[in-house]
Design a binder for this molecule. Structure first.
Ligand code: URA
Length: 179
């Protein structure tokens, strides 16, 4: 069962500037969850994760590998847009964590898209190049769940190698968990 924030959630200060809460999209029963950083401007306006520039990049890669968005769960570390798209602060991620945990609890694999997700879920703050596409395990309540760190779609804009790595992550999870 997923626990959602109240519509007027004020558990952290991000409520002050938000238009919409941005809740998970996709298949609520999928074995696979992708966790991004935080909603951006378009996500805040539409109330849906990954619908702006990062979403277009993600959609293109998913299309290339034949993996429909409707087969996976897509969410973020925090459900409200940080002002001027700054990185979410630890206390904001902590306030939203119970909701994230409830979204992730039933998954077979969790993909951390970029530094914020990897920091929040794995506690790792080093270079992404050291950890990308490794198999980690994280504890979500009483469960150990496979966690794969990878690049954020926005990190792929001018970095073909990051794009290749992200694509590889998604091919891997598709073949292993969705075929
Ligand atoms: N970037 C993210 O990390 N998440 C979104 O939902 C949009 C952009």
């Amino acid at each position: 069962m997923m626990t959602e924030p109240e519509a007027d959630c004020r558990l952290c200060d991000l409520y002050r500037k938000r238009t919409h809460l941005v809740l998970p999209t996709g298949d609520k029963n999928s074995p696979v969850a992708l966790v991004g950083e935080a909603p951006g401007e378009n996500e805040d306006l539409q109330g849906t994760p990954f619908v702006g520039r990062a979403g277009q990049i993600l959609n293109k890669i998913l299309e290339e590998i034949g993996l429909p968005r409707s087969q996976i769960l897509i969410t973020n570390t925090v459900k409200c847009r940080p002002p001027v798209n700054r990185i979410p602060m630890p206390e904001e991620m902590a306030a939203c964590r119970p909701f994230l945990d409830s979204e992730l609890y039933d998954r077979k694999v969790i993909v951390g898209l970029g530094k914020s997700a990897v920091k929040d879920l794995l506690g790792y703050e080093g270079p992404m190049s050291q950890i990308v596409n490794t198999r980690q395990h994280i504890r979500i309540k009483d469960r150990d769940i496979l966690f794969i760190p990878t690049y954020h779609p926005m990190a792929c804009v001018y970095k073909p190698d990051a794009r290749e790595q992200l694509k590889l992550t998604l091919i891997m999870v598709k073949e292993e968990f969705l075929s």
